[in-house]
Design a protein around this ligand. Structure first.
Ligand code: MLT
Length: 410
């Protein structure tokens, strides 16, 4: 008898974004003339920067000629890209990260889930609430949790509330944990952890022999000079943290797929017999066994993100989305809505007017204003009564969405 992984049966019905897409599809089919504006999933809308496109085209040209054709590349990524990442994203910020600690992949979503392969089932896992659902669902799939409560919390996970009261910066857990997911700038609240908050987490991890899984996919959106871009800016982090980065949200790679994960060689974890083992070696084993690398043209494009022109074009792209965020933020504030985020992140986290539930607000906004956002409760029980808007869209759509929102709440 072929048995399924019963843990999948514990998962809530659908992953958040497909559920939103389903509701939008149903509405759109019934109202084919509705001009729906989507500010739900954080998917970029602007074309790839020209420097990246040119590098990709050159690489495709190389693949078309026998003398420059390439087959399988190194699973961890080509040296030219790993070197550029280590140099520009880390050493330029004073972080001691070397190219062979960079693992290039096809996405941070995959990496934050796949990393669980190398960690024991008995680890106690802490997640922020609200939280990017992938961290939770992949732990459920791995069998690390019990059933979900009616509020959608899973037994066995330690939830770290992120609320207005703590400015969306979680307090250290009051029970021991072994793996800690932190996302900064945060998806979904759009707020970022300060240096001292991050230092607190690094110190906690060092005291408790824990490992931090630090998701910095939105790092490019940091505007405040005091906010760390990498956890490795914090002294001691090399021994306790893995960092996830992506080209999706800065360079527009959501459809092109390229990301990377940093696993420092100084990071170790305990085996059942108490012996210490190198996490870098385990991840190398896992990555090279289950992954064959990102395509050469895509890596060539990612490397062009570090050329002088590429860096300038990416800065402009990020600035464009941040201006969208700023327009949404100020417009909503003028309309009397309480808003958070949107300064160091492309997400606006708003309090639903009149204390409406997140999904009620979603449905009303969709059916009356033809706007799509993401219900805060879809990210966890502390997200109830909140709503996320993505700033990834054209200027025209952002302005139109704001006009509709203002009318809707007015
Ligand atoms: C989001 O909307 O939360 C993101 O698009 C999710 C992701 O990057 O996978």
């Amino acid at each position: 008898m072929a048995r399924i992984n019963d843990s999948y049966l514990k998962l809530k019905a659908g992953y958040l974004f497909p559920e939103i897409a389903r509701r939008v599809r149903t509405f759109a089919e019934a109202h084919p003339n509705a001009a729906i504006i989507r500010l739900g999933i954080g998917d970029v809308t602007e074309p790839l920067p020209p420097a990246i496109v040119e590098a990709m085209q050159r690489a495709v040209g190389e693949m078309s000629r026998r003398e420059s054709f390439r087959g399988y590349g190194p699973e961890q990524g080509y040296d030219f890209l790993r070197e550029a990442i280590a140099e520009h994203d880390f050493r330029a910020r004073g972080c001691d990260i070397s190219a062979d600690e960079v693992f290039v992949s096809d996405g941070s979503k995959c990496d934050t889930g796949n990393i669980l392969d190398i960690f024991g089932i008995e680890n106690r896992v802490a997640v922020q609430d609200p939280v990017y659902p992938v961290y939770v669902d992949t732990n459920v799939m791995a069998g690390r949790t019990g059933a979900a409560t009616p509020e959608g919390r899973y037994a066995g996970l330690v939830y770290l509330p992120c609320t207005e009261a703590n400015q969306f910066s979680p307090a250290l857990p009051d029970e021991p944990v072994d793996l800690i997911y932190l996302c900064s700038p945060n998806n979904p609240t759009g707020t970022a952890l300060t240096k001292s908050a991050l230092q607190g987490w690094v110190d906690y991890a060092r005291r408790n022999d824990a490992i931090i899984l630090f998701d910095a996919a939105y790092e490019a959106y940091i505007t405040d000079a005091e906010i760390p871009h990498s956890i490795y800016e914090i002294p001691g982090a090399r021994d306790v943290a893995i960092e996830f980065r992506s080209f999706s949200k800065n360079a527009g790679f959501t459809g092109t797929r390229c990301a990377y994960t940093i696993v420092p060689k100084t990071l170790t974890g305990a085996a059942a017999d108490g012996g210490r083992h190198n996490i870098h070696a385990l991840w190398t084993r896992r990555h090279t066994t289950k992954f064959n690398g990102v395509s050469y043209p895509v890596q060539a494009g990612a490397a062009a993100a570090y050329s002088p022109e590429g860096r300038q074009q990416i800065r402009e792209l990020v600035r464009f989305y941040l201006e969208n965020a700023s327009l949404l933020r100020s417009g909503l504030e003028r309309a009397g809505i309480q808003v958070f985020g949107g300064v160091n992140a492309p997400y606006i986290w708003l309090k639903t007017p009149g204390g409406q539930s997140s999904w009620d607000f979603f449905d009303a906004l969709l059916t009356q204003a033809h706007l799509v956002g993401t219900p805060g409760s879809g990210f966890g029980s502390c997200g109830e009564g909140y709503f996320r808007l993505s700033a990834f869209n054209s200027r025209q759509n952002i302005e139109e969405a704001l006009a509709r929102l203002t009318k809707f709440v007015g």
